[in-house]
Design a protein around this ligand. Structure first.
Ligand code: GTP
Ligand code: MG
Length: 201
């Protein structure tokens, strides 16, 4: 898919105030600093469409971007940073939870995880939560430029082993790097395919 246009639409903390149009929508979610905003810039080939930072906690709101005038990409705040609590579920800000519970336009979520780290409970819990709520998702491994190919393979294997303890199959996944522009066509092609399916139904 070619990106012909990518525009910022609106930021807010209330799912009820998100755009009313029924355009198909895709949301990037994951820990703070995992690279959600950078990935939005990478796949749209826009340097600073979404605001990024070296410090965690940069994105604070639900941000809608209109792509090619016919679908939305959503940048969300990260979880696992702002609040500390016993249950990792409690750290998900309420409006993020509400976004996922109520946003009818959402076709699929993308859960971003840093390829360098071992599977983290907070990410596994969030995937579990999406599954329990019937929300389709793919995994996007970020920062692939930081590891050698063999290490990437090993880390994905570790992920598969852990996920297959609770899931029947490994969710769809992508390997990406925003700094080296890796995985762009895979992610865009996947979204394009889902968009075409929506048009058929
Ligand atoms: P919050 O908005 O705070 O939740 O963070 P975020 O997930 O949106 O992360 P953001 O895109 O702001 O990136 C965080 C940091 O990681 C920045 O310093 C980015 O430059 C860096 N980063 C993002 N993607 C990559 C990548 O693919 N490779 C490398 N090496 N660094 C990356
Ligand atoms: Mg961000």
């Amino acid at each position: 898919m070619k990106i012909k246009s990518a525009e910022f639409v609106i930021s807010n903390s209330d799912v009820a105030k998100c755009p009313k149009s029924m355009l198909p929508e895709y949301a990037f979610i994951g820990r703070s600093n995992v690279g959600k905003s950078s990935l939005i810039n990478m796949i749209t080939s826009r340097k600073s469409l979404a605001k990024t930072s070296g410090k965690p906690g940069k994105t604070q709101l639900i941000n809608h971007f209109l792509i090619n005038k016919n679908w939305h990409l959503v940048d969300l705040p990260g979880y696992g940073y702002a609040r500390v609590s016993k249950s990792s579920k409690k750290t998900f800000q309420k409006f993020i939870t509400q976004y996922f519970e109520h946003r009818q336009q959402l076709v699929s979520a993308f859960v971003l995880v840093d390829i360098r780290h071992q599977p983290q409970p907070i990410d596994l819990d969030f995937m579990q939560w999406l599954g329990e709520h019937g929300i389709p998702f793919s995994i996007i491994f970020t920062k692939a430029d930081k590891l050698r190919p063999k290490a990437i393979e090993n880390h994905i294997e570790d992920y598969k082993n852990i996920l297959l303890e609770t899931w029947e199959e490994m969710p769809n996944y992508f390997i990406t790097s925003s700094s080296k522009t890796i995985g762009k066509d895979d992610v865009l092609g996947y979204i394009d395919g889902l968009n075409s399916n929506m048009e058929l139904h």
